[in-house]
Design a protein around this ligand. Structure first.
Ligand code: PMP
Length: 366
């Protein structure tokens, strides 16, 4: 028997690992009363539990878990096509929008190619790019933590295959306006795919932020990514989708993991679309909370970029890890990016209060 291990692709060497937002668990001192469960404000999840109707549908579908799901996601695709006024052939589903993003890279990019994305942005971009063997071209954010579309356009070269535009941007919450996006898109060659990652679009209230689905209609090289994980509150079910012209949508069907989206996810997503008014009402409450949290942080003396997503960004630099530890000790788990800043999800009012109190105390001690 040989001593060598199976040959793995060199592209996997040094790949960054995805760090999920830490879960809620606090160790208490031996003999002490159990510590209260802290609030998890680290993964941009929706704090509301599933709506009763969505839950009932999921439970009903669970009765058929011995069966494979509908591989084509027919009912969900039709519901989405109807909802957005696009042909069903332009809708492609996947295991969360991160799954669809990975398929888009698989379909467009490999060794010798380049993928452009802003940085810092969604932490899966470098991972899924590197897995493909393509090179990353990271374009730094502006000093105000927004996407630098001019620099992104300047980074395009003959190797570029795909560009991510994260709007609003994770983790900074900053946005790109319609006019600036259109100007940028005019500069992108028509054989380069632009992915408008709109995971948080339902939280946007700024009317100058475009709806990617309107932008895609006249632009065959634009693909819109959306998810049921945030506003629709189904993060645990893993379902997202893209709206794109052929041949991009067809490429997504080719690269899909067969039966990747469970029937539970499909049926719960359809039920959620049908309960959209109620779900978007909850989003409205979170948007109100967002304004309250932002104002309170600024009152405390923090400089916080305007956010249109369900989180806020504090550029804490060297204080980031201490800040995260202080929040955790107070009962709120945030998402630190060591040496850069912390992203804090807008949760239920009580959770936001715990976070605000911790932020105030940390600020005083600075
Ligand atoms: N895009 C962005 C910008 C995100 O922040 C996230 C979730 N963190 C995703 C995509 C992926 O979400 P999901 O796979 O749950 O749809």
């Amino acid at each position: 028997m040989s001593e060598t291990s199976p040959k793995l692709r060199a592209a996997l060497d040094g790949i960054p690992t995805y760090r999920p937002g830490r879960a809620a668990s606090l160790a208490s001192a031996p003999g002490a009363a159990p510590a209260p469960t802290p609030y998890k404000l680290s993964s941009n999840e929706n704090p509301y539990p599933p709506l009763p109707g969505v839950m009932e549908q999921a439970i009903a579908t669970a009765g058929s878990l011995n069966r494979y799901p509908d591989m084509a996601c027919t009912a969900l695709v039709e519901e989405l096509a109807d909802r957005f006024g696009v042909p069903p052939a332009h809708v492609a589903t996947g295991t969360g929008s991160v799954g669809v993003a990975q398929q888009l890279i698989q379909a467009t990019s490999g060794p010798g190619d380049e993928v452009i994305y802003p940085w810092r942005s969604f932490e899966a971009y470098p991972i899924i790019t590197q897995i493909s063997g393509a090179a990353s071209a990271r374009v730094p954010l502006t000093p105000g933590d927004a996407l630098d579309l001019d620099a992104m356009a300047a980074a395009i070269n003959e190797h570029t295959r795909l560009i991510f535009v994260c709007n609003p941007n994770n983790p900074t919450g900053t946005i790109v306006h319609r006019a600036a996006l259109e100007r940028f898109l005019d500069r992108v060659p028509s054989d380069v795919l632009v992915v408008l990652d709109e995971a948080y679009c339902e939280f946007v209230r700024d009317p100058e932020v475009p709806d990617g689905v309107e932008i895609y209609r006249d632009r065959p090289n634009v693909c819109v990514l959306r998810t049921f994980s945030k506003a629709y509150g189904l993060a645990g079910l893993r379902v997202g989708f893209a709206v794109a012209h052929e041949p991009v949508a067809a490429a997504l069907r080719k690269t899909a993991v067969p039966f990747g989206v469970s029937q539970l996810a499909q049926d719960a997503a359809v039920a959620s679309l049908r309960a959209e008014d109620e779900l978007l009402g909850r989003v409205g409450c979170l948007v109100t909370e967002r304004a309250r949290v932002l104002a309170a942080l600024r009152d405390q003396g923090w400089t916080v970029p305007e956010t249109q997503a369900n989180f806020v960004w504090l550029r804490l630099g060297e204080h980031t890890d201490d800040f995260a530890a202080a929040c955790e000790a107070a009962g709120a788990i945030v998402r630190p990016f060591s040496g850069e800043g912390a992203r804090v999800t807008i949760g239920e009012t009580a959770a936001n209060d715990v976070f605000l109190q911790a932020a105030a105390e940390f600020r005083k001690a600075l």
